[in-house]
Design a protein around this ligand. Structure first.
Ligand SMILES: *[C@@H]1O[C@H](CO)[C@@H](O)[C@H](O)[C@H]1NC(C)=O
Ligand SMILES: *[C@@H]1O[C@H](CO)[C@@H](O)[C@H](O)[C@H]1NC(C)=O
Ligand SMILES: *[C@@H]1O[C@H](CO)[C@@H](O)[C@H](O)[C@H]1NC(C)=O
Length: 790
């Protein structure tokens, strides 16, 4: 990359200093979000409406502070447009006082969230030139606007070039706001007809960390994460994309002709960046106002696990207001798998995405040299820079432990644990620590003089092999260690050939296509059940999130480590549900272009009911952790299939009233539900059940002995047709009434019931999985069924 880009000395040096704590961080006060539901003003508030809303926020707080001046000072954001509420610096008692006010829905700390390609679109079946493909029919997502709430964007990336794009769609209300600094010597406006807007939100971050250098007041991405995810959702076609010469191909997003807008809320030079809830909410409120169609959000929820939890989570709140304005919010399931119940972003109005592999590996071969009896192990590699035939002596990190380091720290090659006199010139074997990012081990190995590293998975990583941009030549291999004691890892392989004194060679990294089986559920992908709303299956679907190549920030180092000087990569490989959710945002963009009148719920239903539970060997999708078949707790409805999603036949539609009835049925009081209904009184009828929310999956978490009936309504979105139902659920009797539905026109709705009863009184403890399917011979409309006997 040209040096001009990095000639920006002023910016560069200030980044390395990075966070300046200019002044104390507000003593005992912390940033709280006071959430008030929806505004009574309409979708297009006048400036008077906005003033009135903000004034009401000042008033509310003044009632606690006894001074309007102080109230004004304490408020860092007044959410006065779509989301009703404010973020303020408060002491704990003050926050507790405000929570007593009957108009307040919830008061919670603005939490700090951590941020949770070339081949993946082919793997999903999309082909650029195929006639009548989802891409062609969806006009590559033309004129859909996708918002990315993340670490910002590298606007000069070819993935966001405005070449060939027409006028900005008139539905865009964000004007010409482009809060990105130009590169030195550049005259061009960083935004264009592709990247149509960019803003940053940092008030909550600054409230905790002190003021950022004004030079950092920009939506420019210095980490790479936001650029990567946005280009996955909607990047242009860019030929010859690769990193370290692997993965060469055409990079593109799911909606390559969509327009994009970047909202930067995550701040740091290193990964994971910190994203504060109050900043996230401000960004969502802005994106709704700007008129985007789809919001993709990486940062993810952590909330109190109570039924009220849903309104103490910024993502749930923001998504609710987005959906009320017909905007779909796509978010990641989280990277805390394989722990059961680890899934986040679980509200029914959020589209929650798990992560799985594609059929491409970045791979290298590790050869254990032993006379004529060489043994080979295949592992994952992105970066190998060793003479191809040179053999090296291997040492286990525990055998190179410094005296002052603990055994476990040495196993994990944590900083300051390896003895250079033992490691120098060798290849060192370490155990990986991180679930989705584990590059610090390499830094320690390199500082101790190692030439390369073998990184062994822990048990929790299962068979998910990540090819990461390590700082030295590295091959990642399968688990041989289990974390069984607090002080050390237990070695599970007794005859492991990787041992101190072995002589090994590592081949160069190469790209392997057509791997089977794929997809496989990634070990790190967060799992159900949904602990907050158990009657809603989460995650909703899975999409590619392992070893994903996409655009990157030229400023960021390849590994995101501060000590890594390798910069200037237009593309990079990253991991996580952060990578899978923009795939779904991209597909949703295609559907939005093809069916502009579909609701967010209809788009989501189309993607869910056409997803598959089969892999490319036509067997059930496997779980990389459990060495067995994955369940809907890992993949929800299954792996997305955009070619089928564009024509689902039937959809399970939902509108705001359905969600409000669901909240009534979940036990929220009528006042709260009314406050979400733009302050129009909403009557909870008492006749709705949580299990009747018209969701495209069916979950009965508390089934007794009696038969249970659930109701669903399907809407025809295809040609006239007759569908018949089939349902199966092992150990249960299950009946669909009626069993056949005929549709004469588009938009026609038909309601049916599913009746479920345990067959055997004693035997069906635990969760059971089945499915319901409607088919007219052309379409298959499939819903997973999850049941647990109480
Ligand atoms: C990538 O592929 C293109 C076309 O196949 C080729 O021209 C280019 O040299 C390749 N680049 C790398 C880095 O291998
Ligand atoms: C999309 O959402 C995922 C998961 O919530 C996030 O990690 C990613 O950065 C987001 N990307 C875009 C395009 O917004
Ligand atoms: C152990 O001592 C070395 C040399 O003094 C030091 O560099 C290293 O950081 C120490 N390691 C730990 C884990 O304290």
């Amino acid at each position: 990359m040209g040096s001009s880009i990095f000639g920006h000395k002023l910016i560069l040096s200030s980044f390395f200093l990075f966070i300046f704590l200019l002044g104390a961080v507000h003593g005992r006060r912390k940033c709280y979000i006071v959430y008030l539901g929806a505004h009574s003003h309409g979708p297009s508030p006048t400036s008077l409406d906005l003033q009135i809303a903000t004034h009401s926020h000042h008033n509310l707080l003044a009632s606690i502070f006894a001074s309007e001046e102080k109230a004004k000072e304490a408020i860092i954001y007044s959410y006065n447009r779509h989301i009703n509420g404010f973020a303020a610096l408060l002491e704990e008692e003050e926050a507790a006082d405000i929570a007593q006010n009957p108009n307040v829905v919830s008061v919670f700390l603005s939490k700090e969230h951590k941020l949770h390609t070339t081949r993946s679109w082919e793997f999903l079946g999309l082909r650029r030139n195929r006639k009548n493909s989802a891409w062609q029919k969806g006009r590559f997502g033309e004129n859909t606007i996708i918002a990315n709430i993340d670490t910002g964007v590298w606007p000069e990336s070819q993935s966001f070039s405005g070449k060939g794009f027409g006028d900005v769609p008139s539905k865009w209300r964000g004007g010409n706001v482009c809060q990105i600094n130009k590169l030195r010597g550049s005259r061009r406006n960083p935004c264009n007809r592709k990247l149509i807007g960019a803003r940053f939100f940092n008030k909550a971050f600054e409230a905790y960390h002190g003021q950022l250098d004004p030079l950092l007041h920009t939506a420019r991405d210095f980490v790479g994460h936001g650029t990567h995810t946005l280009s996955t959702a909607a990047g242009n076609f860019v030929e010859g994309a690769s990193v370290f010469a692997v993965g060469n191909g055409t990079a593109k997003g799911g909606s390559p002709r969509a327009r994009v807008a970047a909202y930067k809320v995550c701040w740091s030079l290193t990964d994971p960046a910190s994203c504060y809830g109050a900043d996230v909410l401000a960004a969502i409120d802005q994106a709704i106002d700007d008129g985007v169609d789809i919001i993709n959000l990486s940062a993810g929820g952590s909330y109190v696990v109570t039924p009220e939890g849903i309104f103490t989570d910024e993502v749930s709140i923001g998504a609710f207001h987005a959906i009320a304005r017909n905007i779909l919010l796509v978010a990641s399931a989280g990277n805390d798998g394989p722990t059961p119940g680890s899934v986040v972003n679980v509200a029914p109005w959020v589209f929650t995405i798990a992560a799985s592999t594609i059929d491409r590996d970045f791979s290298s071969t590790l050869t254990i040299v032993n006379g004529n009896n060489n043994q080979q192990i295949t592992g994952a590699s992105l970066f190998v820079n060793l003479p191809p035939n040179q053999a090296f002596s291997l040492i286990l990190s525990i055998d190179a432990k410094l005296a002052n380091a603990t055994f476990k720290d040495a196993q994990l090659c944590r900083p300051g644990t390896l003895d250079p006199t033992k490691v120098n010139g060798k290849i060192v074997s370490c155990t990986r620590e991180g679930k989705i990012k584990s590059v610090a081990e390499g830094q320690e190995a390199l500082s101790a003089g190692a030439r390369g590293m073998v990184l062994g998975n822990q048990n929790q990583n299962g068979r998910t092999l990540l090819a990461e941009p390590h700082v030295l030549s590295t091959v990642t291999r399968l688990a041989i260690y289990a974390n069984t004691t607090p002080s050390a890892f237990h070695r599970t392989a007794t005859d492991d050939p990787i041992s101190s004194g072995a002589t090994i060679k590592i081949s160069g990294a190469r790209t392997l296509l057509g791997r089977r089986p794929a997809p496989v559920m990634a070990s790190f992908s967060s799992r159900g059940p949904n602990l907050i709303q158990p009657s809603i299956l989460k995650p909703d679907v899975t999409a590619p999130g392992v070893n994903i190549l996409a655009a990157y920030s030229l400023f960021a180092s390849a590994s995101n480590l501060l000590t890594d000087t390798r910069r200037g990569f237009p593309f990079n490989v990253l991991q996580g549900t952060s990578m899978s959710s923009p795939h779904v945002a991209g597909i949703a963009g295609l559907l939005k272009t093809l069916h502009p009148n579909w609701s967010p719920a209809a788009i989501k239903s189309a993607i869910m009911t056409t997803a598959t539970t089969r892999d490319n060997t036509n067997r059930r999708i496997q779980d990389a952790f459990a060495k067995k078949m994955a369940t809907p707790f890992a993949y929800g409805s299954g792996h997305v299939q955009p070619e089928l999603a564009i024509d689902p036949g039937l959809v399970y539609d939902l509108d705001l009233i359905d969600y409000l009835n669901f909240l009534c049925a979940s036990g929220y009081n009528q006042q709260l539900v009314s406050s979400l209904n733009f302050n129009r009184r909403f009557t909870c009828s008492g006749s709705h059940k949580v299990t009747d929310l018209n969701y495209p999956s069916i979950t009965l978490p508390n089934l007794g002995l009696k038969a249970v009936t659930i109701t669903r309504t399907v809407t025809n979105v295809g040609s006239p047709s007759t569908y018949t139902a089939s349902a199966q659920l092992p150990g249960y009797n299950i009946v669909v009434v009626p069993n056949s539905l005929s549709f004469k026109k588009i938009g026609e709705k038909k309601t049916f019931q599913v009746i479920v009863q345990a067959r055997n009184v004693t035997k069906q403890r635990g969760y059971r999985f089945g499915e319901l399917q409607w088919t007219d011979g052309k379409h298959i409309v499939r819903s997973p069924i999850t049941v647990r006997r109480k």
